[in-house]
Design a protein around this ligand. Sequence first.
Ligand code: SF4
Length: 294
Amino acid sequence: MYQFRKGTELLNLCQRYELNIDEIMLRCEIEESGQSRKQIWELMQDNLQVMNDSIIKGLDPDLKSAGGLVGGNASKVQFYMEKDNLCGKTVLKVIAYALAVSECNAAMGKIVAAPTAGASGILPGILVALSEEKGYSQEELIKSLFVAAAVGKIIATNATLSGAEGGCQAECGSAASMAAAAAVFLAGGSPQMSLDAGAIALKGLLGLVCDPVAGLVEVPCSKRNGNTAAIALTSADMALAGIKSFLPFDEVVEAMYRIGKIMVADLRETAAGGCAITPTALRYAEQVITQQND
Ligand code: SF4
């Protein structure tokens, strides 16, 4: 009754039942999983708690990733956002928190894959920063996670969330799409506006390749979480300003999948192209191999 595979179907359900995306997603999950509303709500509440904890851990200035390539960057932005800056505090807080979760992940901390570990910073970065800056309640944040989940479900059903299959557009692109839709929901936008924001964010990241240096989810992944979180936020604001995506959300998802299909293997998590084969990256990869053999 509340099942959907496409954005158009989701919007039809919202219209038919006069509900927003969060409630349709929650009812869909109740139907699919057989779990109670309370159980599902509590699971999402736990996810939010893990997101909060990973932000706190990631803001530690002394944190170092397993590969030693990232750590402490979130703390730098947190310090900088209180000074004279270019983006303003809200955007910088989103970036700081997105970096924090990503650095927590790279340091083998506990994160929520949203939708993947590599792209785990974007959604919590936006939601937690916005709750602090705008005063959204915990209940509103949990509801917004259901909005993000609905967007992620549609992308997973009709395309892919995997960097190995579709490049980083499928990981960071999908995360930005989910986060943009959730941010619109928090700000009081309509279901259509949420999907417009999701489409705008994903379009902005189409073609993004997956090219982790030495195969580690550190460079360029971590900073990519920071800047794609900013793309998600600006996409949400564009939709809230009344800008519609010329291409419907479902068609953007299909386009992303088609691009992923024709992306060469070197650019899909093999560390054989893009950033991963720059001279600096190759020198670092050589060092890692030497250390492993010592
Ligand atoms: S570059 Fe690859 S591994 Fe890194 S976040 Fe993007 S998809 Fe994930």
